[in-house]
Every structure is written in structure tokens, then in C-alpha cells.
Design a protein around this ligand. Structure first.
Ligand code: PSV
Ligand code: MN
Length: 388
């Protein structure tokens, strides 16, 4: 069990990457609601991300999505981020918004389309070379809608072949993160539907390939913490995409739907070395704020994650082991519940004052006047949203 002081030490080195797309407009397939002050280009998205870092002290990195965040000069964008105290992080590929990809991208039956998708992945790696980003994250919308539409095993062969091309292009310090999702946009079969499929492809590829666990990408009732424990044990958990879900891939604020699940995940992360110095696990938000203001929502997401981490750090491991070895079912459960039920708000207030940010980052942001400033300044031009 970490003492509060030790827990704060872990939390001081624990950081979370925010996604550039969280700052743009988003919605469902029914409606995208525009909000005042929303960024119109990647520079403005980074400026907003820098605010999240400024008020939390825990979000020093911003994930980019290509082509949404395409710019002429990535070095210039990276320098701009550095000036604002943040850095450019994971490069997310996008092979799901082009007419050519109707039947898939890297698994498409036509070799020309597959090559087009692979060329896009090469483009993402070129961008990593320019920004210094370490990770490319792959999520494929590939799948089929009707039985008989395509050959499921052939699609796996095509996937393996395309992934190999991308993997072979990685530099020595670069990694490939393969994300899975059980459905959507395909409804009959998905080519990377689950962690097992992702894991097997990563194993075949080599050590630079790891699984990305998006917490919103599972069927209801899935034991996500089991997946986390398994992958950490096999050293193939590369990253989290954090968000929460009530129904499908809702992309709501992490920890909002089920804070207990988030705690259980963090407990497995903690037990299996995911918070150690030099951990290979990246902690990234993948969320869209359709109706709530975006910067405060990102701040809330960071503080929710920190709360779950703090509680997980307070689990009494020695007592837990003892209870487990004695077959003390209720005792073991009590130990976890005691940690979960601990009020960590004072600990987190102290943490924030020790790193020089205000105890309540959301209120501090509200008082800063930034929201009013961007609403007044960002007039004209096209607001960023999905596809821009
Ligand atoms: C797909 O649903 C996903 O989780 C992938 O990570 C994409 O890159 C992201 O959402 C786009 O919002
Ligand atoms: Mn995701």
C-alpha cells in the first residue's frame, strides 16, 4: 500500500495525453452542435490543450489525428506546442473517411485500395519523424455488413500483410498501437474486433507492436480489467484510449459512467507495473464533448483518472495477498472496497498545490476568462470538427 506521500509521487509522474479532436465540434450521426470559441485549426486545438495542461499540470501531450490535423510544417506546429508548454503525441491514422474505403481499407478486397491505406500509414510515420512522436495508433473501420460479403480469413491475411508493411517502416524507437472495437461502422464482422485479434497480430509483428485498449470498445459486461492484466503480464499493453460508455462507443467523459470500473482497471495497472518509472503504457483520452464545454470536460476527465489512480495506489497489497492466499474471499474484497471508498480529494488537493496548480482546476479555468476570450476572438473561419 502506498502511503499518501508515495501515492503523490506516482501521481506527479503520471501524465495523460489529450486528443486534438476533443477540442473540435462533434456530435452523433443526428446532429453536431457547434460551440462558441471552438478551434479552427490544429494550432488553436493545441492552444486549448495547453490550457488543460496549465490547470491540471498533468496533460503535457496532445494526440493528433491525420488528416484532421494536417499542417504544412509539422516542425512549426511542434515548436508552437513547445512554446505553450506541451508536446505533440500519438499520431492517429484515419482510413475511415474516404469513399474508397467503403469496403474497408487495409483489408479491402482490392490491392490498390489496400496500398492507398498503407501509404496513408506511411504518411503518418513520416509525420512522426517530423514531430518526434513515438507512437502511431491504428484503428480500422474495416469489416462487413452481411454474411457472404467477403471472406473473413482472407481479410485477416490482408490485414496481416498491410500491418507488416507499416511495421517494417517504423524507426527503432517508434511503436505501433493496434486498437480494437467489436462493432461499428461494420455490423456483421469487424476485422479487429477484440483484444485477442489485436494481440495475435502484434505478436506476429514483433516487439514494437502493442495493443491499445479503448475503454469504450467492449460489449456490455466485458471484464476490461482482466484484459488489462493479461496484456500487462505479456508486456503488450501499449496504450489506453480512455472514455466511458453507457451503451456503445459513447465517447463520454472517462469515469463518468462507471468510476468503479475505472478503479478496477487502475488497480490491475498498478498491480502489474503500469505505473512504474519508464512504463511503456501511454494514457490517452479519446473523447468527444458533444453537449458539454470541451476544455472543462477534458479537465474533468484528467481529474477523474487521477482519482481512480489515487484510489488504486491506496490498495493494501500485502493484506490483499494474505487474504487471497488464505482464501478469504470477503477479506480480499473488503480490501479493494476500502481503497475504492477512500476519499482521495484532500490527497489530490495536496498534490495540486505541490505541483503549483490550483486545487480545483475546473474553477480556476472558469475564472481565467479563457473561454470568453476564445469565444470573442475565434469568429469567422470554419470551426474544426470531424473531418476537419
Ligand atoms: C474509433 O471509434 C476510435 O476510438 C479510434 O481511436 C479513432 O481514432 C477515434 O475513435 C476517433 O474519434
Ligand atoms: Mn479510440
Amino acid at each position: 500500500m502506498a502511503t499518501p506521500k508515495e501515492a503523490k509521487e506516482v501521481l506527479k509522474r503520471f501524465w495523460i495525453e489529450t486528443p486534438s479532436w476533443a477540442y473540435g465540434n462533434s456530435g452523433t450521426r443526428f446532429k453536431v452542435f457547434a460551440q462558441p470559441g471552438v478551434p479552427r485549426d490544429p494550432y488553436e486545438k493545441i492552444a486549448d490543450a495547453a490550457q488543460v495542461h496549465k490547470f491540471t499540470g498533468a496533460a503535457p501531450s496532445v494526440a493528433l489525428h491525420i488528416p484532421w490535423d494536417k499542417v504544412d510544417d509539422y516542425k512549426h506546429l511542434a515548436d508552437y506546442a513547445a512554446e505553450l508548454g506541451v508536446r505533440l503525441g500519438t499520431i492517429n491514422s484515419n482510413t475511415f473517411q474516404d469513399d474508397d474505403y467503403k469496403l474497408g481499407s487495409v483489408c479491402h478486397p482490392d490491392a490498390k485500395i489496400r496500398q492507398k491505406a498503407v501509404d496513408h500509414l506511411y504518411e503518418c510515420i513520416d509525420i512522426m519523424d517530423k514531430t518526434g512522436a513515438k507512437d502511431i495508433k491504428l484503428w480500422f473501420a474495416d469489416g462487413t455488413n452481411y454474411p457472404g460479403q467477403d471472406n473473413l480469413a482472407d481479410r485477416q491475411d490482408r490485414l496481416a500483410d498491410s500491418l507488416r508493411k507499416c511495421y517494417d517502416r517504423l524507426g527503432p524507437d517508434q511503436r505501433m498501437l493496434l486498437e480494437y472495437k467489436f462493432f461499428e461502422p461494420a455490423f456483421y464482422s469487424t476485422d479487429v474486433p477484440d483484444w485477442g485479434t489485436s494481440y495475435v497480430h502484434c505478436l506476429e509483428l514483433g516487439e514494437k507492436a502493442s495493443v491499445c485498449v479503448d475503454t469504450g470498445h467492449h460489449a456490455p459486461g466485458t471484464n476490461i480489467e482482466y484484459i488489462v492484466a493479461f496484456l500487462l503480464r505479456k508486456k503488450r499493453l501499449g496504450a489506453f484510449d480512455f472514455n466511458s460508455r453507457f451503451y456503445a462507443d459513447d465517447d463520454l467523459i472517462v469515469g463518468a459512467a462507471d468510476p468503479f470500473q475505472l478503479f478496477r482497471i487502475m488497480h490491475e495497472v498498478n498491480q502489474n507495473g503500469g505505473f512504474d518509472v519508464g512504463t511503456p503504457v501511454s494514457y490517452v483520452l479519446d473523447q468527444c464533448h458533444n453537449i458539454e464545454p470541451k476544455i472543462p470536460a477534458q479537465i474533468r476527465s484528467i481529474t477523474n483518472v487521477q482519482e481512480a489512480v489515487a484510489k488504486a495506489l491506496l490498495v493494501d497489497h500485502a493484506a490483499l495477498k494474505k487474504a487471497q492466499q488464505a482464501g478469504d474471499v470477503l477479506g480480499g474484497n473488503d480490501i479493494l472496497m476500502n481503497a475504492y471508498n477512500t476519499d482521495v480529494r484532500v490527497l489530490l488537493d495536496e498534490l495540486r498545490s505541490e505541483i503549483g496548480v490550483e486545487a480545483d482546476p475546473k474553477s480556476a479555468y472558469a475564472r481565467s476568462g479563457y473561454a470568453e476570450k476564445i469565444a470573442a476572438e475565434r469568429v469567422g473561419g470554419a470551426q474544426a470538427g470531424w473531418g476537419a
